[in-house]
Write a protein that binds this ligand. Structure first.
Ligand code: PHE
Length: 441
C-alpha cells in the first residue's frame, strides 16, 4: 500500500491536469487521445512493471542498480549509463516542472483573493498573461516551490509523503467531480466529449503520435528511473502487476477527468483548445468564477494541484540525490541542496521563456519548449526502449518470472510487450517523427 501510494504520488501531477489537456488540445483531440491510451496500456504499463522489477532486484539507486544487474545478468556494467540518462532527465524535467508548479502556487493566492469572481474569458486570460509576463513573480514562485521540494528530499522521502498522498488523491478526485458537474451544466459538455473521443485520423501526424507517446511516459513517471528508485524499497511479496495496474488506472482516470472538465469550458467560452501551456489557467478560473463558493473551491483546488506537483517533484529529484548519496562523499541534505540549486538555476531559463526571453526561439521554440520536448519526447521514450530491452532481452526469463510471480499468461503477455511491442513501437514512432523513415506509400 505504501508503495502504491508513493508511486501514485509521483505519477499524478501536473502531467495529468495541466499537460494532458493542453497537449491533447494542440494535437486535435480524439485521435491523439486514442493513441495516448494505447501507449499508456501497451507500452507504459509494461515499462512501468519492468522498472519496478529492476528496482526491486537491484535495491540501489538507478545508476548502481543498472550497473549491478547488467553484470549479474551476464551483460555489462555499462548499463549504468541508462541510470545516468535518467538522473539527467529528472534534473531537466524538474527545472521546468517547478516553474509550472510555481504558477499553481501563485494561483492559490490569486484564488483566495477572489479575483476570479464573475471574470470574463478575456479577463482570466489577461490575468494569466500578466502573471507569466512578470518574471520576478514567476521566479519567486519557482524559488518557493524548489525550496519546499529540497526540504522534503533533504529529510528523506518516507512517511509524511504517503499520508499526504492518501489524502491528496481522493480530495483531488472529489474536486474534479465538482468541476465535472459544473462542466456538464455549462451546456457544452457534448462538444467537449466529442472533441476528446471522436478520432479524426486526418489530423494525426507522426509528431502527434510521438507527443502522445511522450505524454504517456511523462504522466506515468517512467523512462527515467524514478519508479526504479521507488521499486528499490518494494517488499518481495507485493504484486508488481497489481501495483502497476492500480497506478496506471488512477493516473488515467484523473487525466481523462481533467480533459472532460476543461474542453467543455473551452467551447462554452469560445476559447481555442490549442491555447498551449496556459490552457488550464485560462479555463478553470472561469468555472470557479461562476460557481457558488468558487473562491473557496479554487483555493482548495490549487492547493491540491500544488501538492500533487510536489509529490511528483520529489520523485524527479530522487534518482540524482540517491545517486550522490551512495557516492558516499555527500550527506543526503548536502546532496539535495546541491541538486536542488542546480535545478533551480536551470529553471530560470524556463521562468524567462514567458517574458524576457519569450522571443528567443530555436529548434522547438523557447527554452521551456525545448527542455519539455527533449525530455518528454526524446529522453523518456529512449530510456523506455532501453528499459524494455533490458527487461525483455538482457534479463533471463527466470529472473523476470520470479519478480512477476511466475510464468503464467499475464507474464507471457508482459514479455511479448517488452520484447517486441514496446521497443519496436517506440523506435518506429520516434524515427517516423524525426523523418528518418521513408513514407511507405
Ligand atoms: N508523472 C508526473 C506528472 O504527471 C511527472 C513526472 C515525470 C514525475 C517523471 C516523475 C518522473 O506530473
Amino acid at each position: 500500500m505504501a508503495f502504491v501510494l508513493a508511486v501514485t504520488g509521483s505519477a499524478v501531477g501536473l502531467g495529468n491536469i495541466w499537460k494532458f489537456p493542453y497537449i491533447a488540445g494542440q494535437n486535435g483531440g480524439g485521435a491523439f487521445v486514442l493513441v495516448y491510451l494505447l501507449c499508456v496500456f501497451l507500452v507504459g504499463m509494461p515499462v512501468m512493471m519492468s522498472e519496478i522489477l529492476i528496482g526491486r532486484r537491484g535495491r540501489r539507486n538507478p545508476v548502481a542498480t543498472m550497473a549491478l544487474l547488467g553484470q549479474e545478468e551476464g551483460s555489462s556494467s555499462n548499463w549504468k549509463w541508462l541510470g545516468g540518462l535518467g538522473v539527467l532527465a529528472g534534473i531537466l524535467i524538474l527545472s521546468y516542472y517547478s516553474v509550472v508548479a510555481g504558477w499553481t502556487v501563485a494561483y492559490i493566492v490569486k484564488s483566495a483573493s477572489g479575483v476570479f469572481a464573475g471574470a470574463t474569458p478575456e479577463r482570466v486570460s489577461a490575468q494569466f498573461g500578466e502573471f507569466v509576463g512578470n518574471w520576478r513573480l514567476v521566479g519567486l514562485s519557482h524559488t518557493v516551490f524548489m525550496a519546499l521540494t529540497i526540504f522534503v528530499v533533504a529529510r528523506g522521502v518516507e512517511r509524511g509523503l504517503e499520508q499526504a498522498v492518501r489524502f491528496m488523491v481522493p480530495a483531488l478526485l472529489v474536486l474534479m467531480f465538482i468541476l465535472l458537474g459544473y462542466s456538464i451544466s455549462s451546456g457544452h459538455f457534448g462538444e467537449g466529449l466529442a472533441f476528446m473521443f471522436t478520432p479524426d485520423f486526418d489530423r494525426l501526424t507522426w509528431d502527434s503520435v510521438l507527443a502522445a507517446l511522450g505524454q504517456a511516459f511523462f504522466t506515468l513517471s517512467i523512462g527515467m528511473g524514478a519508479i526504479m528508485a521507488y521499486g528499490a524499497y518494494l517488499p518481495e511479496e507485493t504484486s508488481i502487476t497489481g501495483a502497476s495496474g492500480t497506478v496506471v488506472i488512477v493516473d488515467t482516470v484523473i487525466a481523462m477527468l481533467a480533459g472532460l472538465v476543461i474542453f467543455p469550458l473551452v467551447f462554452a467560452n469560445g476559447l481555442d483548445p490549442a491555447d498551449g501551456p496556459g490552457l488550464v489557467f485560462d479555463t478553470l478560473p472561469l468555472a470557479f468564477g461562476q460557481m457558488a463558493g468558487g473562491a473557496f473551491f479554487a483555493t482548495i483546488f490549487f492547493v491540491l494541484l500544488s501538492f500533487a506537483a510536489w509529490t511528483s517533484a520529489i520523485g524527479l529529484m530522487e534518482p540524482a540525490v540517491a545517486w550522490l548519496v551512495e557516492q558516499k562523499f555527500r550527506t543526503r541534505a548536502q546532496a539535495a541542496l546541491m541538486v536542488g540549486i542546480l535545478i533551480w538555476a536551470l529553471g530560470m531559463g524556463s521562468v524567462l521563456s514567458f517574458n524576457v526571453l519569450a522571443e528567443f526561439k530555436f529548434y522547438k521554440g523557447t527554452i521551456f519548449d525545448n527542455v519539455d520536448h527533449i525530455t518528454s519526447n526524446i529522453m523518456l521514450p529512449l530510456g523506455g526502449v532501453a528499459i524494455a530491452v533490458f527487461a525483455g532481452w538482457i534479463m533471463c526469463r527466470n529472473s523476470t518470472a520470479e519478480e512477476l510471480g511466475g510464468a503464467g499468461r499475464l507474464y507471457k503477455i508482459w514479455r511479448l510487450l517488452v520484447r517486441f511491442v514496446a521497443p519496436v513501437g517506440i523506435l518506429f514512432v520516434f524515427l517516423k517523427a524525426v523523418g528518418l523513415l521513408p513514407e511507405l506509400s
